[in-house]
Design a protein around this ligand. Structure first.
Ligand code: NDP
Length: 248
């Protein structure tokens, strides 16, 4: 256990699996108090127990990122408990790839709601606290597909490109107030993300593609996020794209 983030408070969305879970563990292992947000309370409780076993500090706040009341509750519970928010890792996401002609409206709406609107809404709710502190770090999970095209993914690509543009534009408004904004753009990471692809053919194709390479692991992204949030205050790493060496 290092202590470079001692006294800092971090919120991690999508902490119940994959990249969010690994990031929450890393932040806690460096001394941050970590607020675990996602819908699956059992997974969050398990993670909290693991972190507390290692003498880390956590708070579980079950949250659906598409629900405004849940967002307010997440921020209020965090500030009531810890009085500040230093790091916001906007990681919750889902990737239900489908051809636009086969998509139902709900899938399209949820993709934007979770990956983009929820991320913007939570950031909106957290920023006043960071402005009061005159410091804070917002770390947004976009994707390589926020920058490059991918078939059967027009809705997901639009959301992730939106995340990148939101972060860069947000930075213009808050950098002078001491708030840093970073966009993380992973390539293929081995997580539960592919499990929610509704079309079995598309799912099989993506699984085959990811299986053909040495995919990244959640810890690889967590390590990158730790690097980003551990820099001195005058240094703002705006964007990091990380791909498996084999991914072209
Ligand atoms: P996982 O499926 O393992 O994790 C997704 C997380 O998002 C889960 O913890 C899930 O929790 C949470 N989530 C989904 N919907 C909601 C919601 N409505 N409210 C709150 N939380 C929600 O996938 P990853 O770890 O791979 O994904 C993390 C991020 O990384 C995503 O934004 C993804 O788009 C991005 N990414 C992933 C890549 C990859 O190859 N894996 C590549 C590039 C980017 P719960 O179900 O409990 O709510």
């Amino acid at each position: 256990f290092g202590s470079e983030l001692e006294g800092q408070v971090a919120i991690v969305t999508g902490a119940s699996s994959g990249i969010g879970e690994a990031t929450a563990k890393s932040l806690a292992s460096r001394g941050a108090s970590v607020v675990l947000a996602a819908r699956r309370k059992d997974e969050l409780d398990d993670l909290a127990a693991q972190i507390e076993n290692e003498d880390g500090e956590t708070l579980v706040v079950p949250t659906d990122i598409t629900d405004d009341d849940d967002i307010d509750n997440l921020v209020e519970t965090t500030t009531d408990e810890y009085g500040r928010i230093d790091i916001l890792v906007n990681n919750a996401g889902l990737m239900p790839l489908t051809h636009i002609a086969d998509a139902d409206k709900e899938t399209l709406r949820t993709t934007i709601d979770v990956n983009l609107t929820g991320l913007i809404s939570l950031t909106h709710a957290v920023i006043p606290t960071m402005l009061d502190q005159e410091s804070g770090h917002v770390v947004n999970l976009s994707s390589v597909v926020g920058r490059f095209l991918q078939a059967n993914s027009s809705h997901y690509n639009a959301a992730k490109a939106g995340v990148k543009m939101f972060g860069d534009s947000l930075r213009l408004d808050v950098a002078s107030e001491g708030i840093r904004v970073a966009t993380i753009e992973p390539g293929a990471v081995s997580t539960e993300l592919l499990e929610h692809i509704p079309d079995e053919d598309i799912k099989g194709g993506v699984e085959e593609y990811v299986g053909s390479m040495r995919a990244l692991q959640p810890d690889d992204i967590a390590r990158t996020i730790m690097f980003v949030v551990s820099q001195p205050e005058h240094m703002d790493i705006n964007e990091v794209m990380i791909r498996p060496t084999d991914q072209v």
